[in-house]
Design a protein around this ligand. Structure first.
Ligand code: NAD
Ligand code: MG
Ligand code: MG
Length: 337
């Protein structure tokens, strides 16, 4: 079983007389910097000169400086930039200003696990990774709670990396919920596997296949969309609230019986074999290498897939159906809509 740390296991006073530099003011960056500030920690935010988040961060009363200045002036530097730009920003704007005894922190292990960032040996390297998006990390903190998070230590030349990372976790509210100990390797590999096999790749291809089967069989696309895509949320919410058993308690007996008789027909030993192959490509670094090269080439596959997937019939059907559901709102503007 995992090692879990709570409020009593962490000491916010370890951050007294220290400055925490948060690089980036996106989903995680805004939540971490505001939560730390409200916990009484001295925080500054590092952004590009031309960043349009600068005004936003300043309006919240945060001190904003360039990334090199923040790295120079901080004892703890949390890197909350998109994973695919971290390596370049690190070599140009972070590494030259790191010095002995500082701590470099991450909220995801990709750059360290796949050697896109190789920190100097005299710098502590740790991770506090909330298991939720930034707006939840901020909202829960403001209501006196926190989001469960992961803790990992990659290198610890000062011998204080774990205690300091736990203090950081307390500052963002995470120890109110619980902080699970892991490693950079485990966090990165399970995170990539989850998003590929299940959460993103798995779920969207399952929904799309179901939609196509119904439409090809002559059923109306609106019916196919509701059954195979839209209703997923209702089921997932029930699982989120109480696991499979709560979900199965809530659905009809017919649906539950159908669940049991279909399971092994659809997700077979063959599917699991594929999952193991996906996991292997994550473990060997094959996936990471391809993703890094994709970015170096200007992301041609990513961009063409975005176009292709956006033009699928199911996206048009969904857009029309959402007009019937005014309570369904997204504040994410998807290009081309
Ligand atoms: P984001 O895309 O929301 O924000 C990134 C920030 O970096 C923005 O402020 C952006 O302006 C800035 N930025 C972008 N390119 C830059 C560049 N070239 N130079 C300098 N600044 C640049 O990112 P995020 O989702 O907050 O992710 C940050 C980290 O947190 C990642 O390591 C991610 O894996 C991790 N994480 C994210 C979530 C999540 O739900 N979003 C959850 C857990 C961990
Ligand atoms: Mg992920
Ligand atoms: Mg039904």
């Amino acid at each position: 079983m995992a090692n879990i740390f709570y409020e009593k296991d962490s000491e916010l006073s370890l951050l007294e007389n220290k400055t925490v530099g948060v690089l980036g003011f996106g989903s995680q960056g805004h939540a971490h910097s505001l939560n730390l500030r409200d916990s009484g920690v001295r925080v500054m935010v590092g952004l590009r000169k031309e960043s349009n988040s600068r005004d936003k961060a300043e309006k919240f009363g945060l001190t904003v400086k360039t990334i090199p200045d923040v790295v120079k002036e901080s004892d703890i530097i949390m890197v909350l930039l998109p994973d695919e730009v971290q390596s370049e920003v690190y070599s140009k704007e972070i590494a030259p200003y790191l010095s002995k005894g500082k701590m470099l922190m991450f909220a995801h292990g990709f750059s360290i696990r796949y050697f896109q960032i190789i920190p100097p040996e005299d710098v502590d390297v740790s991770m506090i990774a909330p298991k939720g998006p930034g707006h939840l990390v901020r909202r829960e903190y403001e209501s006196g709670r926190g989001v469960p998070s992961l803790l990992a230590v990659y290198q610890n030349p000062t011998g204080k990396a774990k205690e300091l990372a736990l203090a950081y976790a307390k500052g963002i509210g995470a120890t109110r919920a619980g902080v699970i100990e892991t490693s950079f390797k485990e966090e990165t590999e399970t995170d990539l596997f989850g998003e590929q096999a299940i959460l993103c790749g798995g779920v969207t291809s399952l929904m799309k296949a179901g939609f196509e089967v119904l439409v090809e069989a002559g059923y109306q696309p609106e019916m196919a969309y509701f059954e195979c895509i839209n209703e997923m949320k209702l089921i997932v919410d029930l699982i989120y609230e109480g696991g499979f058993s709560t979900m199965r308690y809530s659905i009809s007996n017919t649906a539950e019986y159908g669940d049991y008789v279909t399971q092994d027909k659809l997700i077979t030993e063959e599917t699991k074999k594929k999952m193991r192959e996906i996991l292997k490509e994550i473990q060997t670094g094959k996936f990471a290498k391809e993703w890094i090269l994709e970015n170096k080439a200007g992301a041609p596959f990513l961009n063409s897939m975005r176009k292709i997937e956006k033009s699928h019939e199911l996206e048009k059907v969904g857009k029309e159906l959402r007009k019937m559901m005014p309570w369904v709102k997204s504040d994410i503007e998807s290009e081309g809509e």
